[in-house]
Ligand binder design. Structure first.
Ligand SMILES: Nc1ncnc2c1ncn2[C@@H]1O[C@H](COP(=O)(O)OP(=O)(O)OP(=O)(O)O)[C@@H](O)[C@H]1O
Ligand SMILES: [Mg+2]
Length: 448
């Protein structure tokens, strides 16, 4: 509303200045024409004196006075010794040349002044004048026009401004209401949208999109906490049982060592799970991004394959490696990338039966590096491929194998941290896990 008022006043002020300038210009023009008219009249009357006949001259001035009875003109013809020969004003002495005379000084009523020209013609002195009534009329017209049009503009602007202000206030009230609900914890609340598709709508859309994301994040966190609480109940229960067993054994004077060792192993496993959970949370927080440096993926994959070659052999599996044979540089955290690849190879070794083949592959796809760990084991059903990325999630059939269901969550967190894409696919038979990362340097340029 204040804005509308300020705008209106500015417009009206600009308008008044413009009209004022126009008025001054017109006034000057009118004065010029008025002077011209007086000059012409003067010349016409004076031309009667050219013949050297004063009587004719006086007659002409008198005729002029008789013709002009409207009171807008004044005439004065003085002979030698200031003898009045013809006039329609009281005997006053007027200065020579152009002058402005108040009506009063010329014995006229009203307050419109006169413009007067006084010059000598032969032995006489002629004064011709006209009042400024035209100018006065102009000023009055312009004043009235200015007043009414300013008033009209003010009313229109105020009316329009109020309407807009009311409309915006209404919409902001609705937005504020929705935000209050969000502040109270209702993440399902959304800002109202209109068909106007204006700035408020666009900002509302952005806020809504942020709310959708926020709700999904909070939901995810709730889910994770519930999952963690649920999944840790089992190992904690086992730990409790071991301790109870140990207590019982002590009461009976039996050897508590084996059961205490079991308890220790169980608590170590719980500790490891917590460490892994913390590590994933830390990776997701993104702080490690500050430590990013060029990483040679070729060397990284080779070292992982080398480390796991023996483990695979022990499990009677074949582990094959295929890479482009040149350094492939990405910007990242070498330690995390090794950990992610190790998790994938470990998964293949752990979740595939004896005799399986595992392939570690690095390929190039334009400006991107593609890592693939493929096996020919049981694979993961399509419906479970999203789920296994969740923390602590394991397939039913893997319940008996060691592990805590955090390996793939870490791979996902590491990929996200590197701005990459992770996918799980059917290798028919078996599982293919792929990671795509952007190259930091064109191929062929070795790092100095
Ligand atoms: N290569 C694979 N073949 C078949 N199933 C797999 C494979 N990799 C993972 N899975 C399934 O996905 C589940 C989740 O894998 P993830 O690596 O997250 O956990 P884990 O291997 O069970 O335990 P952890 O990695 O924490 O020791 C596994 O329990 C398993 O059921
Ligand atoms: Mg695993």
């Amino acid at each position: 509303m204040r804005l509308a008022l300020a705008f209106t006043l500015t417009v009206v002020a600009a308008y008044l200045v413009a009209v004022g300038v126009a008025y001054v210009w017109m006034r000057d023009e009118l004065i010029r024409r008025q002077d011209q008219r007086i000059e012409e009249l003067f010349t016409l009357l004076a031309s009667n004196a050219d013949q050297g006949d004063d009587a004719e001259f006086v007659e002409a001035v008198r005729a002029q006075i008789a013709a002009a009875r409207d009171g807008h003109a004044v005439y004065q013809l003085l002979g030698p010794g200031s003898r009045v020969l013809a006039t329609d004003i009281p005997p006053v002495s007027l200065p020579a040349g152009w002058s402005d005379q108040p009506a009063e000084a010329l014995g006229r009523g009203g307050d419109i002044p006169f413009r007067v020209l006084v010059r000598t013609v032969g032995a006489n002195r002629l004064a011709v004048g006209r009042d400024y009534s035209d100018l006065d009329a102009l000023r009055e017209t312009i004043q009235t026009a200015m007043l009414w049009s300013s008033l009209f503009a003010l009313l229109v602007a105020l009316g329009g401004g109020s309407l807009i202000a009311l409309r915006i206030r209404g919409r902001l009230a609705a937005v504020s209401q929705a935000l209050d609900r969000v502040a109270e914890g209702d993440l399902g609340a959304r800002l109202p949208l209109t068909d106007a598709d204006d700035d408020i709508d666009r900002v509302s859309q952005q806020v809504n999109a942020a709310l959708v994301r926020l709700a999904a994040l909070v939901d995810g966190m709730r889910q994770v906490s519930a999952d963690i609480a649920h999944d840790l109940r089992t190992p904690l229960g086992r730990l409790r049982n071991h301790i109870a067993e140990a207590l019982e054994a002590t009461g009976q004077g039996a050897d508590t060592r084996p059961v205490l060792e079991q308890a220790l192993a169980e608590s170590d496993a719980i500790g490891n799970t917590f460490s892994a959970l913390l590590r994933i949370a830390q990776i997701e927080a993104g702080a490690r991004k500050a430590r990013f440096a060029p990483v040679n993926l070729t060397a990284t994959l080779r070292s992982v394959a080398e480390v796991y070659a023996d483990v695979a052999e022990d499990a009677q599996m074949r582990l094959a490696l295929r890479d482009p044979g040149v350094p492939v540089w990405v910007n990242g955290d070498a330690e995390l990338l090794v950990q992610a690849l190790a998790n994938l190879v470990e998964n293949a070794i752990r979740h595939c039966p004896q005799g399986a083949s595992i392939r570690c592959e690095l390929a190039l796809d334009g400006p991107r590096a593609v890592l693939r760990i493929t096996d020919n084991g049981p694979g993961i059903p399509p419906g479970e491929r999203e789920n296994v990325l969740r923390r602590l999630y394991r397939l039913e059939r893997s319940r008996t194998t060691p592990g805590s269901g955090l390996g793939l969550s870490l791979v996902k967190a590491v990929t996200d941290l590197h701005g990459g894409r992770l996918w799980l696919a059917d290798a028919a038979p078996g599982l293919e896990v792929g990671i795509v990362l952007d190259l930091s340097m064109p191929i062929g340029l070795t790092k100095l």
